[in-house]
Ligand binder design. Structure first.
Ligand code: GDP
Ligand code: MG
Length: 297
């Protein structure tokens, strides 16, 4: 590699739940994108900025691309994910271990005509019991399209993630850095705070209420002693409101405590967090409500 500086955008694409956000967080070395066992945890494009000595990598985490797009929120998420494809310099296409699903084919189709390098990251190899199955599987995968590289990883293992990063850097164009070297994301603290609350909710309730939840920050105010945050959790029905609050308010209390502790770790501050739950009927299947709740475009 020359002495020139390299900088470019790298989209992380894949079906839901393959580990895209986990990879982004490990690439950046800090949590900026929320994760959970539930599909469709990521709803927005999240930019993660990694500055090295001679390169700046601008990673774009995306919602999982998936077929079932009857719902307005699902359509929005697919739009966000595929919207990341034009304009990037490199694509990391992520799949899960020895598995291959219809939605993986769908992702493949979305990048069919892309002429920029596509790196295939085969994730969760730590979960593969029979390691001899991996090689033939990688061979099969490498025939799916022309890949710049096929890299088996565990997104949770730092050494693997750094090896993938080295491959990515090779394909970045020569450009000066676009962001200051100490910046890790373009998202505001206010946005990240809402995402933390949503992550805790998804982890507790993603199965019962996968789409019904969203979070809006109503107050984000630094006073002398503490950071005051007030957030509204929107659900679609009164019955869901009862679920979120839980028996004697236990669930909401647990979510609030978990979210507050994580925010304090991030923002290094004392935080006073207030949560409310409100019903906004049918918000996730209504384009206008989606817009007003930050799912714009
Ligand atoms: P995304 O929907 O593609 O962004 O996936 P997430 O990053 O939210 O991860 C989905 C689930 O897979 C989470 O429970 C992660 O902890 C888990 N996961 C991600 N990467 C790995 C990995 O390399 N190994 C294992 N065992 N689990 C992983
Ligand atoms: Mg994600």
């Amino acid at each position: 590699m020359s002495n020139e500086f390299h900088c470019g955008y790298v989209a992380i694409l894949g079906r839901p739940n393959v580990g895209k956000s986990t990879l982004l967080n490990h690439l950046i070395g800090q949590k900026i994108s929320i994760t959970s066992r539930k599909p469709q945890t990521t709803r927005h494009q999240i930019l993660g900025i990694k500055t090295l000595e001679s390169a700046q990598i601008l990673y774009i985490d995306t919602p999982g691309i998936h077929k079932q797009a009857h719902h307005a929120l699902n359509r929005y998420m697919n739009r966000v994910a595929t919207g990341a494809i034009p304009g990037v310099d490199v694509i990391v296409f992520m799949v899960d271990g020895l598995q291959w699903y219809e939605d993986d084919d769908l992702v493949l189709k979305k990048i069919e005509t892309v002429d920029r390098p596509v790196i295939l990251a085969v994730n969760k190899i730590d979960k593969i019991a029979d390691k001899t199955a991996l090689l033939p599987h990688l061979e099969m995968l490498s025939k799916k399209r022309q890949f710049a590289a096929v890299v088996p990883i565990s997104a949770k293992r730092q050494a693997d993630v750094m090896a993938l990063e080295q491959v990515i850097v090779r394909y970045l164009p020569e450009n000066p850095p676009l962001f200051p070297e100490d910046q890790v994301t373009d998202r505001s603290e206010r946005f990240l705070v809402a995402e933390i609350i949503r992550e805790k909710l998804m982890r507790h309730l993603g199965k019962e209420l996968p789409y019904a939840l969203t979070v809006e920050i109503e107050q984000f105010k630094q006073t002398d002693k503490l950071l005051r945050i007030a957030a509204v959790i929107y659900v679609e029905k009164a019955s869901q409101k009862r679920i979120v609050i839980g028996e004697d308010g236990e669930l909401l209390k647990a979510v609030g405590t978990e979210a507050r502790l994580e925010m304090e770790k991030w923002l290094a501050d004392k935080i006073f967090l207030q949560l409310w739950v409100k019903v906004k009927r049918g918000w996730s299947d209504d384009e206008r409500s989606l817009q007003s709740l930050g799912y714009g475009k």
